[in-house]
Design a protein around this ligand. Sequence first.
Ligand code: DAH
Length: 339
Amino acid sequence: MLEKIKELREELEQISASAKQEVEELRIKYISKKGLISQLFADFKNVEADQKKAVGQAINELKEFALNKINELKESFEAAENAGGQTDLTMPAEPLRVGSRHPLSIVRNEIIDIFARLGFTVAEGPEIEDDWHVFSALNFPPEHPARDMQDTFFIEKDPDVLLRTHTSSVQVRVMEKTQPPIRAIFPGRVFRNEAISARAHCIFHQVEGLYVDENVSFADLKQTLLYFSRELFGEKTEIRLRPSYFPFTEPSAEMDVSCSICGGKGCNVCKYTGWLEILGCGMVDPNVLELCGIDSKKYSGFAFGMGIERITMLKYGIKDIRHFFENDVRFLRQFESTI
Ligand code: DAH
């Protein structure tokens, strides 16, 4: 009997299975009710009394060993099956977050697209500028407050090196280099020495526009801005020009668009006026043309400048300009679908 147990033990040590079904066959062969080990229990009654203890112990150990061995085999097949289940190739893939464009970039690109349809090209100029390009060539009188330290960031102690306070400086650079016809816009970052609040920041972005050719009139300016406003804010948009003053344009105006939120009826965004101010504009002052080397008897032109933050805030109903610079992903992710 002990011999038989030893043989079975050796056999069991060797068993293996290449499919779950084979494990079941092994189970039946060894440990089912009619299996080999159950038969040993049945034969136990014939064992001599003095051997019963040793044989009983050996059978129990054998049974234990067989159970463990077969369970192990079964579990290895079940684990393989589960792993297979996890790699279901028909499952949709995890979505990939590819990031999004910054809202200011979205609006800047939209503005560039609209003017491109009217034949405007894009140019850029330096952020660190000199007094000539930011002020003098643009007809700023020497005592103009914008030249003051309080409004302008100067670099080091040289009053001739400063951070541009507007993108109008690029007008000068372009006119100095090119003769008309000129039809271009200049997007870029500008800097002003201002306290940061919900409505103002010391760093922001503008888009400047310039059109210089023979016989350019105020009517051309108006039509261009009307087309632009309707493309950006919707075809029902109306514009309104109010007389204003800029050193580099004559006449000068500020332009309002009808409030796209209330349709001009009056709401808290337009402060119940029905209008929103979005840009400054005018006919390029002949002095400026001359200072930049363009014959003001032959050519005339118009110019305009707008703040990208302001337009983006109006377009998306953003109440605080600081959101643009904090890069909080909860804010930025709202623009994900617009890629
Ligand atoms: N540079 C002006 C500003 O920063 C905006 C502006 C007004 C630009 C009138 C122009 C213009 O070209 O004609 O406030």
